[in-house]
Every structure is written in structure tokens, then in C-alpha cells.
Design a protein around this ligand. Structure first.
Ligand SMILES: Nc1ncnc2c1ncn2[C@@H]1O[C@H](COP(=O)(O)OP(=O)(O)OP(=O)(O)O)[C@@H](O)[C@H]1O
Ligand SMILES: [Mg+2]
Length: 477
């Protein structure tokens, strides 16, 4: 061991480098991320299928599109889809900045504008802050306008400063254009004709709901076997979306996992558990868009349909070997047609490089757990022994290390708990042995107690028979 404790072992940042063994699968995962290919990962539980899927999403570019549904005033039940790129968003930002107009100071605007906005004294013409009612120069009430002459000059009317002043100005080419001056704190915003037109355009924009924002997750897990969750839905509205009382249909549209995973990874664990829903997945993969409809026929959402909502995802599906026959052949064909089927390894050769990887694994698991101390070099050595033993016992592989790492990580955690209970600074080899003993599964415990699982069950059966015959003889008696 070239370290004193797992504390000295560096952990790579890249999640793909954190995957132990599975060299072939990691290589393919890199390609899949770069070329956007689908993957079907096959292997027993706890060997890194979910981990691989998640690591792929880490290597993807962040989403470049934002997808919204827009209100369709002609047919509200058919909301429209709008896909916006980052460039478009930047353009809109620039536009809205232009709409903000130029900010100028009160001395840069015509005096009557400064007066009406409350910056200029009507009597002495001095400029001051708009919130000051009394002119600091002559003391007169800036907000009061006097009318008439002579006796009537005493008649004053209270005028509040305006927030906006509309006026026109003459351009060099002789045309006249509208200009709006707006009070903006202690500055004044000048909106010229162009800015006003853009503001108009923006106001005309249809109301919208962003379904998939730019800052969404690139990794989406399709859990459960519900169509609604996978393909989206339109929520019910007791008022049927009537203007004024109900919620407009576009606001009730809910994206499915296939949509949320647009441009990212859609991870389907236990692919065969999706059953018949696999065929929808197949269509979504093929079309790269999938309409969202209300899926409950008794709900007001059933009349709503949003056509062609984008769902261009990378499918990463996982399956156990035994469940493969239940995966739809056309779905597998689509994975292979644009991707890879990968059988994961359950062991790796017992080489120095792989032993180093397993040491990294121990360090990783301890850091990930966060509640247990680091492990001593001896403890890691003991764990390597256990890994060899498991490769031999479970996978009948000699000179190999197990890759059924979830179970091995269970041993590390148990040993860590022992170390915490005993108050040791590091996990020791003894604590690893203790944890291995405690983490035996039921079959192993039966073997230890009865010699074999078969004997244990024969014993159970015999006891059952004895109890039955005792009961029978009591009944006869
Ligand atoms: N190859 C591996 N490299 C690093 N850690 C691993 C690896 N395989 C398993 N692990 C550890 O085991 C845990 C479970 O792994 P993961 O969830 O990827 O297994 P899985 O193959 O998806 O299992 P299941 O079929 O039960 O869903 C991981 O969080 C990690 O701690
Ligand atoms: Mg998993």
C-alpha cells in the first residue's frame, strides 16, 4: 500500500473516472455522451448502471433550447409550442435593454419636461431632486402650478409631478417622432420611436408557460410505470378553462419525463418494468417529439392537445439479464440502431492497476458517506481480500476482484459505523472483518447454522410436519 489511510487517495472530479472497472462500458459511455447515442446497460444489481447513466449527463453540453407552450387565442385547447435558442434569448435581452431606453439627467431634457417630472422649479428654473417638494433655491412649492395674473395669481392648483411625459421632436430629415420621458429614480429614461415600437411588439407577445427552461437538469429518471409521468399530461380544471374563472389550457400543460430529458439523458431503470409503455418510448425516440395530451378521459384536460413537443433525449436504459426477454424487440432495435448494448462486468482481473482502483473506491465511498472515518491501509487490504473471495464465491473467478460494489460499499459503511461506535480514528482491518461477518446475507447465515441452505429448508419442513401431526393427534384426541 502506498498510502497510510484512504485520506491520502485523490478522488477524480469526473464521475466517469469514479467508475471502478467497467472499462469497456466507460469507453462507450464517453462515446455516447459525445455522439449522443443510446445505451442499454445489462448486468446484475449494484455494479454501476445508474452511476454510468448519471456520469454521461455530466459530459453533455448544457441545454441550448428553452421550450414553452403559448396561449392560442383562436383555439385555447391547442396551445402552441415555441422553441427558443440561447441566441434568441440574448437577442431578446438586448431588445429589452433597448426598451429600457437611455437614462439621462434632468439637465439633458427640455425644461418643460423637467418641470412636469418634478425636477425643475417653475419659478426660478433651478433643478433639484424630484422628491423635494420645496425648491431648495427659492423655497417655492415645485408641485404647485399658479394660474392667471393679478388676483387670480393667488389661485394655485396642486399638481403632482408626472411619471411620464409624451412629446414629439423633429428629426434631421424633417420627420416628427414621438418621444417619451419617464421618471426613473433621480434619472430620466428617454424612449424614442424605436424603443416604443419594440415595447409594443413585446406587449403583443402571447402569454406563455415555460415547460423546459434552459437551466434544467440533464439527467432525468423515468420512475414508475405511469404513462402520465413519462409522456406528460394536461391537468383538470373544474371550470373547463373558461376565461375569467378557469385556468387557461396552456397553463395546465405538464411535461413528461421524455420532454424534461430533452437534450439530456433519460434514464430508465428496469426497462422491462415499463411493460406496454415501452412502445410510447419507442415512438418518442424515433420522432424526437411527442404531443402532450390530457390522459384522463373524464377530465377537462382531455380536450387539450399540444402537438410536437420536442423530446430529443439520449436513452440510457438498464436491465437485468433475466428481464431481457421482456424488453420490446423494436425498442432494442432502436437502441442498437443508434447506440450500444453493453454487458457490464461483474469482476475485474486482480492486477495492481485494478487494486489501485479499488482503493480509490474505498476512499470515494467514505467521502460520499460523510459520516464515517477514513480507512487504514490494513483495512483496505482486508477489503481487497474480501473482494477476491467474493469474486471466487459469487462469480467463480480466480485471481479477480468483485465489481458487485454496492455490497462491498455496505461492508465499508458497516465497518465505518463500528469505528464510530468504538471511537477509533481510522477504520481498522478488524473492523472490516467484523463488518464482513455482520453483512452476511441470509443464505450465508443459514449455511453457517445448518451446513447448507437445503438442509435448513429440510429442517424447516420437518418441523412443520411434526407440528401438523401433533395438531392432528390433538384433534383426534
Ligand atoms: N463500478 C462502480 N464504480 C464505483 N462505484 C460503484 C460501482 N458500482 C457500484 N458502485 C457503488 O454502488 C452504488 C450502487 O451503484 P448503482 O446504483 O450504479 O448500481 P446499479 O447497477 O444501477 O444497481 P441496480 O440494478 O440495483 O439499480 C453506487 O452508488 C456506488 O457507490
Ligand atoms: Mg440502478
Amino acid at each position: 500500500m502506498r498510502f497510510e489511510s484512504t485520506k491520502d487517495i485523490p478522488i477524480p472530479k469526473d464521475p466517469l473516472q469514479q467508475i471502478i472497472g467497467q472499462r469497456h462500458a466507460v469507453q462507450i459511455a464517453r462515446i455516447a455522451a459525445k455522439q449522443r447515442r443510446n445505451l442499454l446497460l445489462v448486468g446484475p444489481p449494484g455494479i454501476g448502471k445508474s452511476l454510468l447513466a448519471q456520469a454521461i449527463s455530466y459530459h453533455l453540453e448544457p441545454p441550448s433550447q428553452e421550450v414553452s407552450v403559448l396561449h392560442n387565442p383562436e383555439t385555447p385547447e391547442r396551445p402552441l409550442v415555441e422553441v427558443k435558442s440561447r441566441e434568441q434569448l440574448a437577442k431578446e435581452r438586448r431588445m429589452s435593454q433597448q426598451i429600457q431606453g437611455r437614462a439621462v439627467t434632468p439637465k439633458d431634457v427640455p425644461s418643460f419636461v423637467a418641470e412636469r417630472l418634478g425636477f425643475r422649479c417653475r419659478r426660478c428654473g433651478k433643478l433639484s431632486e424630484s422628491h423635494e417638494r420645496a425648491c431648495p433655491a427659492c423655497g417655492v412649492d415645485k408641485y404647485a402650478a399658479s394660474f392667471g395674473q393679478g388676483v387670480l395669481s393667488e389661485y394655485v392648483q396642486d399638481v403632482k409631478p408626472q411619471n411620464r411625459v409624451h412629446t414629439t421632436r423633429l428629426l434631421d430629415d424633417g420627420r416628427e417622432e414621438v418621444v417619451v420621458y419617464e421618471r426613473h429614480g433621480e434619472k430620466i429614461r428617454v424612449l424614442d420611436q424605436r424603443a416604443l415600437e419594440k415595447l409594443d411588439q413585446l406587449k403583443k407577445k402571447k402569454p406563455r408557460k415555460v415547460l423546459m427552461p434552459f437551466n434544467r437538469q440533464s439527467f432525468v429518471i423515468a420512475t414508475g410505470a405511469s404513462e402520465t409521468e413519462l409522456l406528460g399530461d394536461v391537468r383538470h380544471d373544474p371550470y373547463g378553462g373558461h376565461a375569467g374563472v378557469g385556468v387557461q389550457p396552456y397553463l395546465r400543460v405538464v411535461p413528461g419525463s421524455v420532454h424534461e430529458a430533452h437534450e439530456g439523458v433519460l434514464f430508465v431503470d428496469e426497462l422491462s418494468a415499463l411493460g406496454g409503455i415501452q412502445r410510447f418510448l419507442l415512438t418518442a425516440m424515433q420522432e424526437r417529439k411527442y404531443s402532450i395530451v390530457g390522459r384522463n378521459p373524464h377530465s377537462a384536460g382531455a380536450s387539450v392537445r399540444v402537438e410536437s413537443v420536442p423530446c430529443d433525449f439520449i436513452l440510457v436504459a438498464a436491465s437485468n439479464i433475466n428481464d431481457l426477454p421482456n424488453v420490446l424487440p423494436p425498442l432494442r432495435s432502436r437502441v442498437v440502431g443508434n447506440g450500444y448494448e453493453v454487458l457490464l462486468d461483474t469482476t475485474m482481473p486482480d492486477t495492481e492497476e485494478n487494486r489501485d482502483q479499488l482503493c480509490q473506491f474505498v476512499a470515494q465511498e467514505i467521502v460520499k458517506d460523510g459520516k464515517i472515518p477514513h480507512a487504514s491501509a490494513d483495512a483496505v487490504d482486508a477489503l481487497l481480500d474480501e473482494s477476491r473471495r467474493r469474486a471466487r464465491r459469487v462469480d467463480e473467478s480466480e485471481n479477480a476482484l468483485t465489481l458487485r460494489l454496492r455490497e462491498l460499499s455496505g461492508v465499508i459503511r458497516l465497518a465505518g459505523d463500528l469505528a464510530c461506535a468504538q471511537g477509533t480514528e481510522l477504520i481498522s482491518a478488524e473492523q472490516i472483518s467484523g463488518a464482513i461477518h455482520r453483512s452476511r446475507n441470509i443464505e450465508e447465515q443459514l449455511r453457517e447454522k445448518y451446513g447448507s441452505v437445503w438442509k435448513a429448508s429440510a429442517k424447516e419442513f420437518q418441523t412443520h410436519l411434526e407440528e401438523r401431526s401433533a395438531q392432528d393427534s390433538r384433534d383426534v384426541g
